[in-house]
Design a binder for this molecule. Structure first.
Ligand code: SF4
Length: 365
């Protein structure tokens, strides 16, 4: 039986953050109800008892704006439409402000067993610039209450290269975050997306330059590893055994099915995306998709994704490219960007930082 991951995109947010261009709209009770009905319809549409689902991921947006009852209905529908493995990893992204002790206990009770909390920073000043609605103290409380509710697989998001951020404020955030009962950290370099409030000179002039960003990234990777969070992907760090199983699907070209406006899929030999349109999603019998790739996971894509992982590219998987890759490696190894043991090729933290150019040179030149 083929395994499958299911991604549910929940397109609601309480307030738009200043840097974000993910697809999300304001939450209303009526829109949330229409959305849930459409999600259930679509899960039934894709129903396939020959697939066993071993990861489910509620992303967004802010999935924690949904009630435990609404999330339970989605999980039940997935269980009756696919075979869900008993130890499936079921993740929900959550905004600290939407979590209470009671809600956390309900979420744990319906089978969500991994939380990904959008903390971003442990500095109130930085959170304010980002336009986040929570404070560092609120985030801390949410994580502690999640652990008390029974969650033993908690991830926090951390953003680096923020306006005015320096090594000291980054170290402060990492120390405070890693003192919490968390097992996983996703650390992203801030990008100024076109059309967001961050897309302006006032913000750009306060961002660390390229060299300072590189220093912050390497500092972050070093500090996290010192604290037991091993880097397993360009932006992801985990204690042993807590690597995200769902996200690893993306980097290993494994099948995942996305449901909801703006969700992406790599499913049954095609990549496709759902339109960024909540109303259209609610009013269509089946979600409207655009096929973005008719034959995904060819050599270039496979190698590119594998090189995002610390595990790297297994040369035995691409025997016809082995010689060419090995020929290009020496200067990358000499400069500290990559390493090999003859069977695998993997990037170092310095290589991850330059991953686009390093991977481009290895795979496309
Ligand atoms: S809560 Fe997350 S998805 Fe929503 S606007 Fe903020 S960053 Fe974007």
């Amino acid at each position: 039986m083929n395994s499958l991951g299911i991604y549910i995109h929940v397109p609601f947010c309480g307030k738009k953050c200043a840097y974000c261009d993910f697809y999300s709209v304001a939450w209303t009770k009526a829109a949330a109800e229409g959305y849930i009905a459409a999600v259930l319809r679509n899960i039934r549409h894709y129903s396939d008892k020959s697939r066993y689902v071993d990861t489910i991921y509620f992303g967004g947006g802010t999935p924690s704006l949904l009630t435990a009852e609404q999330l339970r209905a989605i999980l039940e529908c997935i269980r009756s439409s696919f075979v869900v493995s008993a130890d499936a990893e079921i993740t929900m992204e959550a905004n600290p402000c939407t979590l209470t002790a009671q809600k956390l206990s309900e979420l744990h009770g319906i089978g969500i067993n991994r939380l990904s909390v959008g903390v971003q920073s442990m500095s109130d000043a930085e959170l304010k610039v980002l336009g986040r609605v929570h404070s560092a103290g609120r985030a801390e409380q949410a994580v502690l209450e999640a652990a008390e509710a029974g969650f033993d697989n908690i991830s926090c998001d951390l953003m680096i290269a923020l306006p005015d951020q320096d090594k000291e404020s980054l170290r402060f955030s990492i120390e405070r975050m890693t003192a919490l009962p968390v097992q996983h950290i996703s650390a992203y370099i801030l990008k100024t997306e076109n059309g967001t409030p961050f897309d302006c000179e006032e913000i750009r002039s306060r961002l660390p330059d390229e060299d300072s960003t590189a220093e912050l990234y390497l500092e972050m990777a070093g500090l996290l590893e010192e604290r037991g969070f091993m880097q397993y992907e360009v932006s992801n760090f985990a204690k042993k055994g807590y690597e995200s199983r769902h996200n690893t699907r993306y980097w290993k070209c494994s099948d995942y099915l996305g449901i909801g406006p703006a969700a992406h899929s790599c499913y049954k030999g095609r990549r496709f995306a759902v339109e960024r349109d909540l109303e259209g999603f609610i009013n269509s019998e089946v979600q409207q998709i655009t096929v973005t790739d008719e034959s995904p996971c060819g050599f270039e894509e496979y190698a590119m994704l594998r090189l995002r992982l610390k595990e790297g590219l297994l040369l035995g998987d691409v025997p016809e490219h082995r010689e060419e890759i090995m020929k290009k490696l020496p200067p990358l190894i000499k400069s500290g960007y990559a390493e090999t043991d003859g069977e695998r090729v993997w990037l170092t933290p310095k290589g991850f930082l330059m991953s686009n150019s390093v991977i481009g040179y290895l795979i496309f030149e």
